[in-house]
Write a protein that binds this ligand. Structure first.
Ligand SMILES: [Zn+2]
Length: 251
């Protein structure tokens, strides 16, 4: 037993807060979960008034976190793995077509996204594998001209699940791109790439960073807004989220 008690949900203003009592905690800890739920882990004996006061004092932070979670973190309707269901790829929706065993698990043929019947025991894995392979093939050529234009030496591109982030970069100059990025229209993928390339030069989101992005993409704010809205239409199965970290604006 870890001392955790049952969870209750408390409505505070317009927020539903899941309250979990933990004997190991000395202070209230607020977290915004991957599904944009707010959780308060509290020490035993924490009163409601105390919790309300704390939540109100951290309102700005909470709203900021909730806004960040909108794009990739928001719960979206689960897709069905049946013929006719739509899956986005490079900004266009393609109907799924379940096919008898063929040469590939998944392939895009004549506008249909074919999924082999033998993959139906784990269609999520098969589809993520396909997006990942498409990204691994497609992204390096797309990245190269941007890297040249921004005068940035960039290492390899790795396509993988990144939780709520579109992209991240490593100190050694590698770019990590979320496989779900391959569902976006190419001009928004460019924004994700330019954003990460700019991070190779400026690690934070300072004025200097955004000026760097703007010099390369003068319309970056419009792209960033579209990216936020489009996040809702993507296919992002809950099993694939990975870590529960941070902001889709990272990429
Ligand atoms: Zn960033």
């Amino acid at each position: 037993m870890d001392g955790s008690a049952a969870v209750e949900v408390v409505r505070i203003d317009d927020l539903d807060v899941r309250v979990q009592v933990s004997e190991r905690r000395r202070h209230v800890r607020l977290t915004v979960e991957r599904d944009a739920a707010v959780t308060a882990t509290v020490p035993p004996g924490t009163g409601r008034a105390e919790l309300v006061k704390l939540v109100r004092s951290r309102r700005r932070w909470l709203y900021g976190k909730l806004a960040e979670r909108q794009a990739l973190g928001e719960a979206r309707p689960e897709r069905q793995y049946v013929s006719g269901e739509g899956f986005p790829y490079l900004g266009r929706s393609h109907r799924l077509l379940i096919v008898p065993e063929g040469p590939a698990d998944v392939r895009l043929l004549r506008g249909r996204l074919e999924l082999g019947r033998h993959c139906l025991d784990d269609p999520v894995r098969a589809l993520i594998g396909w997006y990942t392979r498409r990204g691994t093939d497609w992204l390096p050529d797309r990245l190269r001209p941007w890297a040249e234009r921004m005068d940035t030496a960039c290492g390899e591109v790795r396509v993988l699940p990144l939780g709520f982030r579109w992209g991240s970069c490593s100190l050694r100059g590698h770019l990590n791109i979320h496989w779900a990025t391959m569902q976006l229209p190419p001009d928004l993928i460019d924004y994700v790439l330019v954003h990460e390339l700019a991070h190779l030069q400026v690690p934070d989101h300072s004025e200097r960073f955004w000026r760097r992005v703007e010099r390369t993409l003068p319309d970056y704010t419009a792209r960033r807004e579209r990216l936020k809205r489009l996040g809702h239409d993507l296919w992002l199965p809950s099993e694939s989220g990975g870590s529960d970290i941070t902001s889709p604006r990272r990429g």
